[in-house]
Design a protein around this ligand. Structure first.
Ligand code: HEM
Length: 186
């Protein structure tokens, strides 16, 4: 780990990668927060409908940013991991990151298809009506609702694993690895 500490600048993520990471992280936390709050509001109130719209706009924004982030990531590899890191840790890190990417696509897509099957168009930021991707279908709506909620929970658990990794590097390894993604670092 000393080699890593000695040359951290060479091992940092790039500025665009750090910006994508934190922007998407903040939006995903917001989508979860509004998602849980809005579904707890009984009946159909104007506030609930407003929160549903905000939730969808945030989700659609996450999807657009994740498309751009993936294109960036495919053309700009992540900095290499410290040479002393155990094989299982490398495997776990890659598996969790891969799953996060899959879920960052699957969660908003499932929400979008669910809304379409419910026959409710998304008017992005109240300005642009986005296309319906499936016809209104109550049976499909019920299935997609469960798919969206199940994927939400899988994403939440995966984010939890990601944070466990963060905690390990912070408290146990104390190897400075987290500075790679520090938005305020140089
Ligand atoms: C990062 C993206 C997203 C995240 C993290 C997310 C998360 C959530 C969460 C946590 C809930 C509450 C689940 C529960 O009842 O336990 C929810 C519900 C919902 N989401 Fe999303 N969502 C995302 C994207 C989207 C998108 C893009 C749409 C549609 C355009 C959407 C439509 C909905 C709808 C309609 C519900 C209400 C489900 C119900 O009827 O109870 N979501 N979402």
């Amino acid at each position: 780990m000393t080699g890593f500490r000695a040359r951290p600048a060479a091992l940092r993520y790039t500025r665009p990668a750090i910006t994508f990471h934190w922007l998407i992280a903040i939006l995903i936390v917001s989508a979860f927060w509004i998602g849980f709050v809005m579904t707890d509001i009984p009946g159909f109130t104007p506030t609930k409908l407003k929160y549903f719209s905000w939730h969808k706009w945030i989700g659609v924004t996450v999807f657009a940013l994740v498309v751009l982030r993936t294109l960036w990531r495919l053309t700009h590899p992540a900095p290499r991991l410290p040479s002393g890191m155990a094989g299982w840790q490398r495997g776990a890190s890659h598996a969790v990151h891969f799953l996060l990417y899959v879920l960052m696509f699957a969660v908003p897509i499932s929400g979008y298809f669910y809304t379409s099957a419910a026959g409710v168009p998304v008017v992005y930021l109240g300005l642009v009506q986005l296309p319906m991707v499936v016809a209104k279908d109550p049976a499909l709506r019920d299935v997609l609702k469960q798919v969206h909620i199940t994927l939400d929970w899988i994403l939440l658990v995966t984010i939890g694993l990601h944070l466990l990794g963060v905690l390990k590097h912070l408290v146990i390894d104390r190897d400075g690895l987290l500075s790679r993604m520090n938005p305020f670092g140089r």
